[in-house]
Design a protein around this ligand. Structure first.
Ligand code: NAG
Ligand code: NAG
Ligand code: NAG
Ligand code: NAG
Length: 762
């Protein structure tokens, strides 16, 4: 399915329609399974101690919507509902409240707001929307102010916020939205505030404007329809001469049977001063172009959600804008998201190309070449433009070409809402792109792109148990942390916890550019600066053979396959054992082995990764759980199981490996041990039942073999229509009369166990 030309001509629109129809008709699982995208290698649930996060929250404070990092990186300013906070983030752990100033909407505005049928419980407050560092001594802030946008300067003293006096509150129309539900964006560039938001109470008049600074105030022209009435701004990014705006709006240039969303980048020149006769106080350099983020075989990702610029540290590398997209369509229950990279030079090139022109009679958009006007209309050339150029600009604001992004990450079943990006230097001297992605349900994904490869997801962190969107992400590089705002507080998420990777193999397979293996200390640790020569990492290949073997490559592959430690389990024959195997990676497949061969199938089962084993005579020995990831296999855990003192019998191949005695019995059949252990085993119910049934079968066969027993058994079978639960299926096929100890098992024990289990599950 080729969809890159979203709506370029009626043919591809038909294609899109058919494709959409096809996707709707297909069973959602068939599509969903094939387009999952990368899976997070490790997942941390909310409150998991391996990824300890710190939460700042305070009673009566809500909507942690707007974040601003101080220039020294030590203070985080936070705009919440009706207040602004200064948080000290220098120390690890919970951010410390330095001070807080309240900035509520006035009572008059609140009652006017309620009078206009807005909710006094949820809407008629001052929701902070803009928070920028204006100069060395002042912040500039704007809020919805109970549907009456307002702005103010906030004085700083030693990064403490000074109270706002009521007479310093300014009109903020066009800088903050009226409605807290409306999107907005604002950025300060050269002392001017460039903002994109809704400019009216109803939310039907979007605006892109410049205010505040030494330059004249300029706006988009509402009458000329430069912006569709539903334009929704997500980011503003200043560059050398221009400011870029990223937004989504309905597409007027395509005819489609339903409302078609499209993503845009718009551009205005910083040196624009507006027209003299024409376009007074209006932009004379406003241009917009379509942004494309598509991948073959997927619905177009036509709704932009957020965008950030990553300026490279070396002047030779190219700056890129990274943006997240979702689709206006979805397959079944699952939404999909994509992250695309746009080269700034590609965006510039499109703004230097041809225009689109609306034919007023047919209402169709056609391509218009470059006009013969010098300087080119809309270019950032100095000096006043001619009337001819301005007349041209009034109707030629849409570029003909689209800006195509490179998809880095496409993932179904997730809706990304926010992103933050940074480059992380790796051991090999390359830098790796790290994307922190907040989801609509309160998760944070750490994605890494190395070289030209696609992104892989290092980890998924659940920030809060109740699903709600991550509203903001702020990277604090000097603190090595990302801050994530949500309705009730703000999380500090350290970049990485390398200690969760306990071996060199795990550390290398994780492919987290922030972590590397320190062979001297024998730990996976945060990569310090400067990078120590001896530390190990393999971002490109993730190959432990290469990174974790100290002998020259290719000489020996054994050491990594040798267990680090052997767990000795001493168990009586016919014990039921549970041998756990921690699944540290979602990307690995796991397999149990017994010595050099397969695990005994008739007396074992794997449940939730653990091996449940009924230890029969002669089946002791080495049991290993192997993980295979990235074409590399290694034992995750190795057990030596024996009914005698294991140290006597240990395989000579395993000599020299440290050992540790562990307890693994689940229950002992025949010994009368009950299942009432401190922890609950009833998830294992099915396996236990089957294993106990095997024992019972052996017992019954012995019983039936004796004449008296035969009589009793016959009476029993005739007496009840259905056999007890333990006597089902396996009875008929497998018979194990060889175990003499089973003979001593009393029927009462087994029955009561089975019944006990049965009732627990019922
Ligand atoms: C990092 O992981 C280790 C090992 O799981 C754990 O003990 C430690 O508390 C974690 N630290 C943080 C800050 O999450
Ligand atoms: C909202 O207004 C209603 C009546 O108009 C009032 O009873 C209620 O207390 C108000 N709520 C708040 C939070 O002011
Ligand atoms: C910063 O801006 C404020 C508000 O315009 C002004 O009062 C103050 O003098 C400025 N401070 C500096 C250091 O320029
Ligand atoms: C599966 O095993 C893990 C540990 O390996 C444990 O934390 C989890 O609770 C188990 N799940 C069930 C359903 O038993």
């Amino acid at each position: 399915m080729a969809l890159p030309a979203l709506g370029l001509n009626p043919c591809s629109l038909l294609h899109l329609f058919l494709c959409q129809l096809l996707l709707l008709l297909l069973p959602s699982t068939a599509v969903g399974d094939s387009v999952q995208g990368p899976v997070p290698r490790v997942k941390f649930h909310a409150g998991d101690g391996r990824r300890a996060l710190s939460l700042f929250h305070q009673k009566d404070l809500q909507d942690f919507d707007t974040l601003l990092l101080s220039s020294d990186g030590n203070t985080l300013y936070v705009g919440v509902r009706e207040a602004i906070l200064a948080l000290d983030i220098q120390d690890p752990g919970v951010p410390r409240l330095k001070n807080m100033i309240s900035w509520p909407a006035s009572d008059r505005k609140k009652s006017e707001c309620a009078f206009k049928r807005k909710s006094n419980e949820t809407q008629c407050f001052n929701f902070l929307r803009v928070l920028v560092s204006f100069n060395a001594t002042h912040l500039y802030a704007c809020g919805t102010f109970a549907f009456s946008p307002s702005c103010t300067f906030i004085e700083l003293q030693d990064s403490y916020l000074q109270p706002i006096s009521e007479n310093r509150i300014l009109e903020g129309k066009g800088q903050s939205p009226f409605d807290p539900a409306h999107k907005h964006t604002a950025v300060l560039a050269d002392g001017n505030l460039y903002s994109g938001t809704m400019n009216n109470f109803l939310g039907s008049e979007p605006i892109l404007m410049r205010a505040l600074g030494p330059q004249p105030v300029l706006k988009t022209d509402n009458f000329l329809r430069w912006l569709q009435s539903d334009a929704s701004f997500v980011a503003a990014i200043p560059s050398t001469d221009v400011v870029y705006f990223f937004f989504e709006e309905s597409a007027s240039e395509f005819e489609f049977f339903e409302k078609l969303h499209t993503s845009r980048v718009a551009r205005v020149c910083k040196n624009d001063v507006g027209g003299e006769k024409l376009l007074q106080k209006k932009w004379t350099t406003f241009l917009k172009a379509q942004l494309l983020c598509t991948q073959a075989g997927q619905l177009p990702f036509n709704v932009i959600r957020h965008a950030v610029l990553l300026a490279p540290n070396s002047s030779s590398a190219e700056p890129y804008v990274y943006a997240i997209f979702t689709s206006q369509w979805q397959v079944g229950e699952t939404r999909s998201s994509a992250v695309c990279a746009f080269a700034l030079s590609d965006i510039q090139r499109v703004f230097e190309g041809k225009y689109k022109e609306l034919n007023k009679e047919t209402s169709r958009w056609t391509t218009y070449g470059v006009p013969n006007i010098n300087p080119r209309p809309g270019s950032c050339s100095v000096g006043p433009s001619s009337d001819k150029a301005l007349t041209f600009m009034k109707n030629h604001f849409l570029m003909d070409q689209q800006v195509e992004g490179r998809p880095l990450l496409v993932k179904s079943g997730v809706e990304y809402t926010q992103l933050a990006v940074e480059m992380a230097p790796g051991i090999e001297g390359h830098s790796h792109l790290v994307l922190y992605l907040g989801t609509a349900t309160g998760f944070l994904h750490k994605a890494v792109v190395s070289g030209d490869s696609d992104a892989h997801l290092v980890e998924e962190i659940q920030l809060f148990p109740e699903p709600e969107p991550v509203r903001n992400l702020q990277l604090a590089p000097s603190q090595g942390a990302v801050f994530a705002g949500f309705s009730k507080g703000i999380w500090r998420v350290p970049r990485a916890n390398c200690s969760v990777y306990e071996s060199c193999v795990d550390c290398v397979l994780a492919r987290d550019p922030h972590c590397a293996w320190d062979p001297k200390a024998h730990v996976c640790a945060l990569l310090p600066n400067p990078i120590p020569m001896s530390w190990k990492q393999d971002m490109e290949r993730g190959n432990p053979d290469w990174a974790c073997t100290s002998v020259p490559r290719g000489r020996s592959r054994r050491p990594l396959r040798r267990p680090q430690i052997i767990k000795e389990v001493l168990a009586a024959p016919n014990s039921l054992l549970e041998l756990p195997c921690p699944h540290t990676s979602a990307l690995a497949s796991y397999l149990w082995t017994h010595g050099p061969g397969q695990i005994p199938e008739d007396s074992s089962a794997v449940y939730n990764g653990s091996l449940l084993l009924l230890l029969r005579a002669g089946q002791g020995g080495l049991y290993q759980c192997w993980a295979t990831e990235n074409d590399f296999s290694y034992p995750v855990v190795s057990y030596w199981v024996d009914s005698q003192d294991p140290s006597l019998a240990l395989d000579p191949e395993l000599a020299g490996i440290p050992r540790e005695r562990v307890e693994a019995p689940l229950t002992r059949v025949g010994g009368g041990a009950s299942l009432a252990a401190p922890r609950s085993y009833w998830p294992h119910f099915l396996t236990v039942t089957v294993l106990l049934a095997l024992v019972l079968s052996g017992f019954l066969i012995l019983l039936i073999a004796s004449p008296l027993g035969a009589l009793r058994a016959r009476g029993k079978v005739q007496g009840c229509g259905t056999p007890p639960p333990g006597e089902k299926a396996p009875l008929s096929r497998k018979q194990h009369p060889q175990n003499s100890t089973e003979h001593r098992t009393s029927v009462g024990d087994v029955d009561s166990d089975n019944n006990h289990l049965g009732t627990e599950v019922a």
